[in-house]
Design a protein around this ligand. Sequence first.
Ligand code: KIV
Ligand code: ZN
Length: 507
Amino acid sequence: MDRIKIFDTTLRDGEQSPGCSMNLQEKLEVARCLEKLHVDVIEAGFAISGPQDFKSVQEISKVIKNAEVASLSRALEKDIDVAWDAVKDAVSPRIHTFIATSPLHMEYKLRMTPEKVLEQAGAMVAYAKKYCNNVEFSAEDATRSDLDFLVRITEIAIANGATVINLPDTVGYTTPAEMEYLIKYVMENAKGAEKAEFSVHCHNDLGMAVANSLAGVQGGARQIECTINGLGERAGNTSMEEVVMALRTRADMYEAATGIDTKQIYNASRTVYNIIGQTAPLNKPIVGKNAFAHESGIHQHGVLANKKTYEIMTPEIVGVQTNNLVLGKHSGRHAFKQRTSELGYQLTDEEVNRCFGEFQLVADKKKTVTDRDLEAIISHHVSAHQIPEAEGYKLDWFSVYTSNFTTATCTIQLKKGDEVFEEVKLGDGPIDAAYNAIDAIIQPKEHVFNTYQIASTSEGQDTLGDVTVKLLADGRTYTGRGLSTDVIEASIVAYIKAMNRLMAEED
Ligand code: KIV
Ligand code: ZN
């Protein structure tokens, strides 16, 4: 079995896509999940792109002990200086520098001749190498580049000390057969290729990112760049959970293995979805709600007779619990703690206290509390989304009046520390009225209301409403989430939390 390195770029290529931005605490939470997954490399960010990015790369570099930590940098001295400054405290730092190599990018984006691009690539790899032994070079838009030009730039990068050569499908254009050929061609023709490791980095514009990455492995690549849940620019990047499980399930075909602890996949996926305020599409491979569901009679019959009839991998392998034990209002702290640890959460005593309190409130309103409800409770009460209570506004009480023949009204009382604020406002429905009243109290700085999303945690009329609100300001996204059996209350809490983050301008 060949060993395939997993290079995770959720915190760089994933995070830079619309609606996926994260604050420092959230990035640290994701980085810890990646370490638990045993990814080989964490691309923590693009340090030069702003002070917040720099700080998060720096902090991640300090806390991660069991993975390499990389920062992206253009092939420019100032980028490389900043990238090194951000990763230098990592146990195992990596500088990842890139320049575009396709005729289109060189002419219109870089406005550089191919010869100048070759010279710059060599000089900048050498420059990065002065700081760090571990230097990755990426030929951006490799799949639309001339193959012999790729061979030349690869030779130059390796001659100047690059330890990893990444050939990305930047625009998601290539096909599996082409990708396999491209990797093979460059590895066979570039002098010194045996001194470097080859890597693939695919985007999913035509839905082929996972297939193209696997084809890259067949061509000889030994590193796959990917993101949790396939987050990333446009249609996303190669999905980590899919590519890892494809390699594992079809080891007979690829004769290659990753070091990923697959039992951590489901929790990592949930953590990332919760942080960005999204849920997995029902049919998302590996982590979607239906990924292991067998609905049709024929399938159910087959699975009952022998699971392998319709199941190519077990849900347990990716950390999905199938014994959907339900807790209720008579379940005690012990049962609560046990179930949460079976679900893969290692809560501190303080976190158990916080979540158990919320569990009891939910159990009072709902007959049964399912695993999905528990996951929602934990993600709301243990997540890094929280601003310390004293600093933000909190809902004290609200009252709404609404019907289909009058304008909705909301009266609301918020608290901030010892101060109490009350407002009454009208709106196009109870949530609009509540949000108008909250605006009148908080008087937020300029922003755009970007997303309102409501999801149910489980089946049935008494499900919890899980609301996500996203506000945009200064190019950043401020997310708030609320959870309640009352969707208006959940909506209010989500909005107040997003507002608290907007007003705190924290990162
Ligand atoms: O898609 C791409 O080409 C990239 C590079 C910067 C590695 O993200
Ligand atoms: Zn990319």
